[in-house]
Write a protein that binds this ligand. Structure first.
Ligand code: G
Ligand code: G
Ligand code: NA
Ligand code: MN
Length: 254
């Protein structure tokens, strides 16, 4: 496939870059972290969104070198912010299932942190639920190895693909990210509200933190806060932005 060929070439020719979306605490409006999101500036096709190339990268295996590039770039940026005295928050990087299960992910994370002298505590790794249904014992073993590097682990898009809550209980994850499909119905749909409230309570019971994704309105944010979730991410507070824009983004948010 042409795109697969271009993907391989793009890593060595600097066509990828990361943008960063803020995660905030709604009560204080303070920044609590950034999520790094991958972008591809293709020489002839222009800007290509991850949903159009991540699946190709997954299928072809290019996700392994590409994921290493992303981890390294996030750590390079963290180092730059540390050096500038602006490392006021950590960075979360998305990992795809293939990269997690077959990419020697522990070595990749360790190498990126060490290369830039970044403490693991500033790095968060976001995994989708689908990764956990493959080989639960292997997933748990890898997660424990990652935890030894002090990184935080989160489950992304929670509620959209999990097969069993008993898996959740066994995974050493720190944070659940409630998928935005629940947040967009939150204000109008009682059932979405009950579900979100349930997830927030489960997190509290399991000693996990919880964050709501895709918060776009004050009404959603206020309701989430009342339901017990004050950590949020979404266009209401900030879109994914360049590192320069991150430095200019002034707190408090919104
Ligand atoms: O940034 P955007 O909304 O376009 O992202 C679309 C999808 O691509 C999201 O599901 C997001 O998790 C995924 N994505 C963005 N950046 C990365 C990345 O660096 N690695 C992986 N595996 N997925 C990413
Ligand atoms: O799957 P993941 O959660 O990583 O997806 C992140 C994607 O969601 C990014 O592409 C980002 O641009 C998008 N996103 C972030 N905040 C919002 C929001 O408030 N509304 C919508 N519609 N998309 C959002
Ligand atoms: Na994510
Ligand atoms: Mn998500």
């Amino acid at each position: 496939r042409a795109l697969e060929y271009d993907l391989r070439a793009a890593i060595s020719t600097d066509q990828f870059f990361l943008v960063y979306q803020p995660k905030i605490d709604f009560n204080s409006r303070a920044l609590v972290g950034w999520e790094a999101l991958l972008r591809w500036r293709h020489p002839s096709l222009g800007l290509i969104a991850p949903c159009d190339f991540i699946p190709v990268a997954e299928e072809s295996g290019v996700i392994v070198p590409l994921g290493r590039w992303t981890l390294n770039e996030a750590c390079r940026q963290l180092r730059a912010w540390l050096d500038a005295g602006k490392a006021d928050a950590g960075v979360a990087v998305n990992l795809s299932p293939r990269q997690f299960l077959h990419g020697d992910i522990v070595e990749a994370v360790r190498t990126s942190l060490a290369a830039h002298g970044v403490p693991g505590s500033l790095l968060e790794l976001e995994l989708t639920e689908t990764v956990a249904v493959c080989d639960i014992d292997r997933v748990i073993a890898i997660m424990h190895e990652l935890k030894r590097l002090q990184v935080r682990l989160s489950i992304d898009d929670f509620g959209t693909g999990f097969s069993s809550l008993s898996y959740l209980m066994r995974l050493p994850v720190d944070i659940l990210k409630i998928d935005r499909s629940f947040i967009c119905q939150l204000v109008t749909d009682q059932r979405a509200q009950a579900l979100v409230k349930g997830v927030i309570d489960i997190c509290e019971g399991l000693g996990m933190r919880v964050i709501a994704e895709g918060v776009e309105t004050i009404a959603q944010a206020s309701l989430l806060s009342v339901l017990g979730c004050s950590t949020m991410q979404g266009y209401l507070f900030g879109r994914p932005m360049s590192p320069d824009q991150c430095e200019e983004a002034r707190q408090p948010f919104a």
